[in-house]
Design a protein around this ligand. Structure first.
Ligand SMILES: NC(=O)c1ccc[n+]([C@@H]2O[C@H](COP(=O)([O-])OP(=O)(O)OC[C@H]3O[C@@H](n4cnc5c(N)ncnc54)[C@H](OP(=O)(O)O)[C@@H]3O)[C@@H](O)[C@H]2O)c1
Length: 211
């Protein structure tokens, strides 16, 4: 086990969540259940998150986007068109591990964003200079993601991909603590495309890994 994984497993790590909508809440549910300290943020500000924080319980609290972005692990659960402006509003991304569950869809209209032929998480990586990006949690519907990951004698599969192996080891530890079965798909330009929505073959598949 790597040192990074050890930190994750000991739950000393703080997780910031930027975007507390459907996916941010689902991820927060699992992170809080697993015992992590979680700082949630959104557009409307910390006071608007009081009911959600009360519902989550555990070590959840509300904060500003800037506070959430200071956590070691930042879950970036924003609509695609908000990723660039919000990322630019953060003074420094240096040293963060950013988990990217976004899909490059423009709303309203459900149009595919222009990516210049790149995997969407490479675009995200370019917006958070100094951070290591791991794409994960983008393939399941929020209700599935929030449900108990242990089901029917198996563990729900979460795909992840990224270009930094230490960052992926950290995400693997996080997934393990939450009860998911993580599957490493490789680098962003290969695995990222497999799990990308739309276009990849893996989104919407709700798979269980049976030991
Ligand atoms: N929903 C799905 O089925 C699904 C599945 C997989 C992946 N995804 C991806 O996950 C991402 C989030 O989707 P979602 O369904 O969770 O969206 P959502 O329910 O619309 O929630 C978006 C969240 O982002 C916050 N936000 C928007 N602009 C912001 C800003 N400028 N500063 C700070 N916070 C801001 C919103 O804040 P307020 O609450 O204050 O408005 C809200 O909490 C998207 O990229 C989506 O493609 C979605």
């Amino acid at each position: 086990m790597s040192a990074t994984e050890l930190i994750i497993n000991e739950k000393h790590v703080k997780i910031g969540i930027i975007g507390a909508g459907a996916i941010g809440r689902a991820f927060a549910t699992q992170a809080v259940r697993a015992g992590y300290e979680v700082v949630l943020s959104n557009r409307h500000g910390p006071a608007s998150l009081a009911p959600l924080v009360a519902q989550l319980g555990g070590r959840a609290r509300a904060g500003t986007v800037a506070e959430a972005a200071q956590a070691e692990v930042v879950f970036l659960a924003l609509p695609w068109e908000q990723v660039a402006p919000v990322a630019a509003s953060v003074s420094s991304w240096e040293g963060r591990l950013v988990i990217d569950p976004t899909n490059p869809i423009l709303l309203p209209g459900f149009r595919l964003a222009e990516l210049g032929g790149r995997p969407s998480s490479e675009v995200v990586a370019g917006l958070v200079p100094g951070a290591r990006v791991v794409k994960a949690f983008n393939t399941l519907m929020p209700a599935v993601l929030a449900a108990n990951p242990r089901e029917a004698g198996g563990q729900r599969v979460i795909f992840y991909s990224g270009n930094d192996s230490a960052a992926k080891a950290t995400v693997a530890g996080l997934l393990q603590q939450m009860g998911f079965a993580g599957i490493d798909l490789g680098l962003l330009h290969e695995g990222g495309k497999l799990q990308q929505f739309p276009g990849g073959p893996l989104p919407t598949l709700n798979l269980l890994k049976v030991a």
